[in-house]
Design a protein around this ligand. Structure first.
Ligand code: C5P
Length: 246
């Protein structure tokens, strides 16, 4: 598995998203995009189909969490959209994650990558203890949820880059870590708290970094994307080669 940079397309309409992506049309290799709840609820499955048709890889970040049967059926629908990566909440239990994988697997045995959200990076230790009544330290909880996801046959987890090495330690080097909370060393943190820059994320064991505002709000989004790729990917990674961009 090669590292990749995923651009979080956090836009409120299809028009806004297409206008942003127009800037990337001269790149030989289309970037990997994340479509989250905001854009999906605004623009529906059509935007996913259209972006796939244009050649983008899609991580559909809908974080499913429901009874196993409902998740299984919903995943079957998402699988038909031909997305490349989808996710569920690990707190939905191992049974729910297994059901998600079953629903996602097509008749020919292929399926998108399936990853689990461990604890949201917005959840503090205090909220976990006082509101969710989980007494264990947050990093142990995250590693435990990651083990559950592995037991259910999932491909990896979403976590902060700061937890990526612990996840790899518990689940092995091939278990994927998809990490938001990325900022350039010289840019604003916005509302993210536990942040790292792309190079540090690589060092800590991230396989995919999810980057939103450092690219979407940049004056030169394509240059910001390329900077992420240069800092995150290693020389042998496909993306690193500048000839893949022009
Ligand atoms: O703009 P920014 O780089 O902060 O965007 C990060 C993206 O990753 C957003 O789409 C956010 O919803 C998502 N995300 C996150 N933390 C998580 C899970 C998802 O920041 N734990």
């Amino acid at each position: 598995m090669q590292r990749d940079v995923i651009i979080a397309c956090d836009f409120s309409s299809a028009e806004e998203c297409y206008k942003f992506l127009d800037k990337f049309q001269n790149l030989k290799r289309k970037p990997f995009l994340k479509i989250g709840m905001e854009l999906f609820y605004a623009a529906g499955p059509d935007i996913v189909k259209e972006l796939k048709r244009k050649g983008f890889k899609i991580f559909l970040d809908l974080k499913l969490h429901d009874i196993p049967n409902t998740v299984k059926k919903a995943m079957k629908v998402l699988s038909n959209l031909d997305v490349d990566m989808v996710n569920v909440h690990a707190s939905g239990t191992i049974e729910m994650m297994k059901a998600a994988k079953e629903g996602l697997t097509r008749e020919d045995g292929t399926r998108p990558l399936l990853i689990a959200v461990t604890q949201l990076t917005s959840t503090s230790q205090e909220a976990m203890t006082k509101q969710l009544l989980i007494d264990n330290p947050i990093d142990e909880t995250i590693a435990h949820y990651a083990k559950n996801a592995m037991e259910a046959g999932l491909d990896g987890v979403v976590c902060s880059p700061l937890e990526a090495s612990k996840v790899k330690q518990y689940c092995g080097p091939d278990f994927l870590t998809v990490t938001p909370g990325i900022r350039f060393a010289d840019s604003a943190a916005d509302d993210q708290v536990r942040i790292t820059d792309p190079a540090k994320a690589r060092e800590l064991g991230s396989d995919f970094i999810v980057v939103g505002r450092p690219i979407t709000a940049a004056t030169e989004p394509v240059a910001a994307y390329q900077r992420c790729v240069e800092e995150f990917c290693e020389k042998e990674d496909f993306l690193y080669n500048p000839s893949n961009f022009i």
